[in-house]
Design a protein around this ligand. Structure first.
Ligand code: SF4
Length: 293
């Protein structure tokens, strides 16, 4: 079986582009075993049994649109930690209703019931797990990504004989590809073009899709959580406090450990700006493998 990543022509010129500069690259065939894509370039490529690892962010929405518009058909799976921002759940419904359903497609949600069947046999949401163990996701360890995202999707793929996961990493982040199948990188589609691809379909742009307790969030995200979902902010702050109490040390959900959520709360409540808001927001570039896409 050929590899999408290994055999897509690397030069965008060989793919052909539409007026928006997005690739017109594929004709599709559907086989009983899964989707099969065949490239139009000299080399051509084949990708069988592929599944979209859908994160509900800009990249994965755009990748889905581009692939489906070029004939790809297959499963679209979303590993639901049960701890996503409410906006992400809304967007999932919206994208499925407005764009996927009319094309005969849907999103397979791998949530609590599915996790109970998986390797960990633990149906708890990420936030409930953290609360029970009085712990927090940690930027350096990423056990949450593995337990609530990658393991879950890998298990689903194994169970359903789907061997190729398509990840939505944009072209400018190609250093993160690491041998994985990333159509956006192979098609040289960057984040700006991802946004254009979504807008070209008349769809709204999704917000970043992370858990609301994610340590990779910058200050502006925490500020937004405080302002728009105070109940979730409070739950996150309580989790941070419980974790600090168990560890007998200062604990911060934020990746660089500079501010606790209670400290930030004072800033947010008094509508103050932090001089390093932008710097802290830049931390969001360090994202886990299948989160935030
Ligand atoms: S989005 Fe953040 S908290 Fe959620 S699984 Fe990924 S790294 Fe962990």
């Amino acid at each position: 079986m050929g590899s999408l990543s290994g055999s897509i022509p690397r030069t965008s010129s060989s793919l052909g582009r539409n007026r928006e500069g997005l690739p017109n690259l594929l004709v599709s065939h559907h086989t009983p075993g899964g989707s099969l894509l065949r490239g139009l370039g000299n080399e051509g490529f084949v990708c069988t049994m592929s599944v979209i690892s859908f994160g509900a962010g800009v990249n994965s929405v755009a990748m889905t649109i581009i692939l489906v518009n070029n004939g790809w058909r297959g499963p679209i799976v979303f590993a639901d930690t049960g701890t996503e921002w409410p906006e992400t759940y809304c967007y999932l419904e919206y994208f499925e209703r407005e764009w996927l359903k009319p094309r005969g497609l849907g999103i397979i949600r791998l949530g609590e019931a599915y996790r109970a069947l998986g390797p960990g046999r633990d149906r708890r949401t990420l936030i409930k797990f953290c609360e029970d163990y009085r712990t927090t996701p940690m930027a350096g360890m990423r056990w949450c990504t593995q337990g609530w995202k990658t393991d879950v999707i890998n298990y689903w793929c194994k169970k359903h004989g789907e061997t190729e996961q398509l990840l939505a990493i944009a072209f400018e982040e190609r250093h993160r590809q690491k041998g994985r199948l990333c159509p956006l990188i192979d098609m040289q589609v960057d984040r700006k073009q991802c946004i254009m691809a979504i807008e070209a379909e008349g769809l709204q742009i999704p917000q970043k899709s992370t858990c609301y307790i994610c340590p990779f969030q910058g200050i502006s995200r925490w500020r937004r959580l405080y302002e728009t979902h105070p109940d979730l902010y409070e739950r996150a702050a309580k989790l941070e406090e419980a974790s600090a109490e168990r560890r007998h040390e200062r604990t911060c959900l934020m990746a660089d450990g500079r501010y606790t959520l209670r400290q930030l709360e004072i800033v947010f409540r008094d509508q103050l700006a932090l001089f390093d808001d932008d710097l802290m927001d830049s931390l969001e570039i360090y994202r886990p493998c299948v989160c935030s896409l």
